[in-house]
Write a protein that binds this ligand. Structure first.
Ligand code: ATP
Length: 379
């Protein structure tokens, strides 16, 4: 067991108990004020719980029973926050060297390690710049290099993509996948984005009112949520398949969309789109450059002024009740689900490293987040 946290923070009404296996990446989800930052604060040592214990790789970092509180810089835990928080007076290389230097490495070794991590995050050519000369995405890549150059036992990622623009986000997400998953890092990832959960995490926990209300394999929490918040963030269509040239080959047909940079033909990927992006037609519409999937309707779910039409393969379309009345759709009907390629994001779910050794610690329920098969089951 790599990380074990038990913490009660009375003033914030937070009471959590979490164990994270070595090499696993756990997404921490929850509404505003649920206690996510409090959890990270306790683990990083910035916040002392009223009662509790934090243990990392067998080393006790916090124990309120004995009064032990290892200071943040001595925990082998690093935090990658929303903002890069680089030292403004140091160059990029100087920022990254800082971590190994602080850990006692000589100048030459620290420089070599910094060069290695700058290469890993594709930032070698930024080495001599100052932080104010970087874009948000570049700064976050450098912050990631600095975090990894410290060679931490645990990485805390607090919405690391939330301050980035739409073009920088997939680049950093792909980079995180590569550097975290290939190295089998242990990490806690706070995020509001189901794509981050799917691309990066093995497991997801949902916090509500300071308590863990849901805990399971990441894909299961997204596709079959049991908590109110899980359901809210999971209302997304996730269709797995194998990438062929420029489209995803799924059990429902070919799906075109915007490809992430780490997508490659032959590898498993997932197409993501919202139910409101899906239009429903009784016949195949002609002449439009859109994705058209022939599906059988499994169920209709009223949602106030709209209705969720769910296919037998789990894809949902959200249409108005007026549109439903016109269509005359009912369970068992065969219809066409049509979605514009621009509304679909296609994200790699492949892992290029050796299979991970960490196994799920929840009663053996394993989900193939790393290697989705493209069959119907998970959709
Ligand atoms: N410095 C503080 N002092 C007192 N209470 C706080 C402090 N920071 C947060 N809280 C309270 O503690 C509870 C948990 O907050 P926390 O910041 O951990 O939530 P969060 O899940 O990280 O929220 P968000 O998604 O908005 O960042 C909330 O009720 C919040 O109002």
């Amino acid at each position: 067991m790599s990380l074990s946290v038990r913490a009660r923070v009375a003033a914030r009404d937070v009471d959590v108990d979490l164990e994270v296996a070595e090499g696993s990446i756990v997404a921490v989800l929850g509404p505003n004020g649920a206690g996510k930052s409090t959890l990270l604060g306790v683990v990083s040592g910035l916040l002392r719980p009223d009662e509790g214990c934090v243990e990392l790789d067998g080393r006790v970092l916090t124990d309120t029973a004995t009064g032990l509180a290892v200071p943040p810089h001595d925990r082998s835990v690093v935090l990658l926050a929303q903002q890069a928080l680089l030292f403004p007076h140091l160059t990029v290389a100087g920022n990254v060297e800082f971590a190994p230097r602080s850990a006692g490495l000589g100048r030459r070794e620290a420089r070599a390690r910094a060069a290695h991590w700058l290469r890993e995050v594709d930032a070698t050519d930024l080495a001599d710049r100052r932080p104010h000369e970087l874009s948000g995405g570049q700064a976050q890549r450098v912050a990631l290099a600095r975090a990894l150059a410290a060679d931490p036992h645990l990485l805390l990622l607090d919405e690391p993509m939330s301050a980035l623009d739409v073009t920088a986000t997939p680049v950093l997400r792909a980079l995180l996948r590569r550097v975290l998953r290939e190295a089998g890092r242990t990490a806690l990832l706070v995020t509001h984005d189901p794509l981050d959960v799917l691309a990066l995490a093995d497991r997801a926990v949902v916090l509500e009112n300071g308590r863990i209300v849901e805990d399971g394999p990441a894909r299961q929490v997204l596709t079959r949520p049991r908590s109110a918040f899980g359901a809210r963030i999971a209302g997304t269509n996730l269709v797995t398949g194998i990438l062929r040239e420029d489209a995803l080959d799924t059990a429902d047909g070919l799906v075109h969309g915007r490809l992430d940079p780490d997508c490659a033909p032959g590898l498993p990927a997932v197409a993501v789109f919202t139910p409101s992006a899906v239009a429903v037609y009784p016949e195949l519409p002609h002449g439009s450059p859109r994705n058209a999937l022939r599906v059988t309707v499994a169920e209709l779910e009223a949602r106030g002024a709209t209705v969720l039409v769910r296919s037998t393969t789990g894809i949902a379309a959200e249409i108005t009740t007026a549109a439903l009345a016109e269509l005359d759709v009912h369970p068992g009907s065969t219809v066409w689900f049509v979605v514009k390629a621009t509304e679909v994001g296609i994200h790699s779910t492949a892992v290029r490293s050796q299979p991970r050794t960490a196994h799920d610690e929840h009663g053996g329920e394993t989900e193939q987040v790393d290697h989705p098969t493209g069959d119907d089951e998970e959709r």
